[in-house]
Design a protein around this ligand. Sequence first.
Ligand SMILES: [Fe+2]
Length: 196
Amino acid sequence: MTGAVPGALTGPVLSDIQIGGDPLASPHLLPPARRHPATVAEFAGLAHAIAADRGSWAPLVRYDPVSRWYHRLRTGPGYEVWLLSWLPGQGTGAHDHGPSSGVLTVLEGGLTEHSGTARRVLGAGAQRVVAPGRAHEVVNDALVPAVSLHIYFPGLTEMPMHAGARGDAAVLSGVPVCRAATGTGRGSGGRAVGRA
Ligand SMILES: [Fe+2]
């Protein structure tokens, strides 16, 4: 025996949009767009957006024959964006970022990252996310200069150097912060905190 169940609804099944209307047509109902990134994916997206806006960083790039060069490109609540240049042979030494997470994006040229026994060659456009306390070493072992973008969240307050090279786990010492007032400087030597 077939037939309608007493009390059951009949007729086509409607979607939520058909019932409630398109939420995109009612912008006052949408959550406000965040002005600043707050997740790893959003920081990676910010790096991609800056990388694509070449005019915002390319004219600022300088090269320093003594050490890799860096410039604070942008700041936001709880994060900093740094522009770095690397002449062939310049590198960081093995280090970690203390409590900061980092997103490294290669803008020009290529960099090589060593982390533990892993070796990664990063070409233009490549990104790496570095977790707090994770040791790595970055070097330009190509024959041409490289430019990279680094976002730290929270902002980098220490960059402990590690013994040996290629991500050796033994921490040598904590390097205290001494930021250049202009947010521009060299990446090693003295008491300045290098970046990468
Ligand atoms: Fe680093």
